[in-house]
Design a protein around this ligand. Structure first.
Ligand SMILES: [Zn+2]
Length: 138
C-alpha cells in the first residue's frame, strides 16, 4: 500500500496527513496500531501498512492534571486537566490517544463504551509542528 518502512516515523508521517494507519500480519491478519514490524500473535515478520477507519469505543480513560511539559505548553495543568484514553478500534486493536470534547473535570460524565471517532490535532511545539492523535465522542 505504501513503501514507507513500518515504524514510528512512518506512523507519524501518516498522522501528519490525517491518516490513521497500522500494520496487518499477512499470516494471521492481526492488526496493530501503532504499527508493529513483528506480529505478536504468530511471530510473523510479513506485515504491511493497513488503514483503519478511525472509529471505535472508549475502553478506558484518565483525567490528568499534571502532565508532560508539552501538555503544559498547551496550557494544561492543575486548573485545566485533560484526558488520555484507550480506544478499542472497530478493527480490534487498542490505541492510546488524547480524548477531546469531553469535560476532564467531570469524569463521571464520560462513559466507557461510548462511540468515538478520530481527530488529528495539528499543534506547534517547541520542536516544530506535530500532529497528535485524538478521539472525540461521535
Ligand atoms: Zn500474525
Amino acid at each position: 500500500m505504501d513503501d514507507r518502512p513500518i515504524g514510528d516515523h512512518g506512523y507519524q508521517l501518516f498522522l501528519d496527513e490525517d491518516k490513521l494507519m497500522g500494520s496487518r500480519c499477512s499470516a494471521c491478519k492481526a492488526i496493530f496500531v501503532p504499527p508493529r514490524q513483528i506480529c505478536v500473535e504468530c511471530r510473523g515478520h510479513d506485515l504491511a501498512w493497513a488503514s483503519v477507519r478511525g472509529t471505535g469505543r472508549l475502553a478506558a480513560f484518565t483525567s490528568i492534571s499534571i502532565g508532560p511539559s508539552f501538555m503544559s505548553e498547551e496550557g494544561f495543568g492543575r486548573d485545566r486537566p485533560y484526558c488520555t484514553a484507550a480506544v478499542e478500534l472497530d478493527e480490534g486493536p487498542r490505541v492510546v490517544a488524547r480524548l477531546e470534547e469531553v469535560e476532564p473535570s467531570r469524569p463521571d460524565q464520560i462513559c466507557i463504551g461510548m462511540p468515538v471517532t478520530v481527530r488529528f490535532l495539528h499543534r506547534t511545539t517547541t520542536s516544530g509542528p506535530r500532529t497528535f492523535l485524538a478521539f472525540v465522542p461521535c
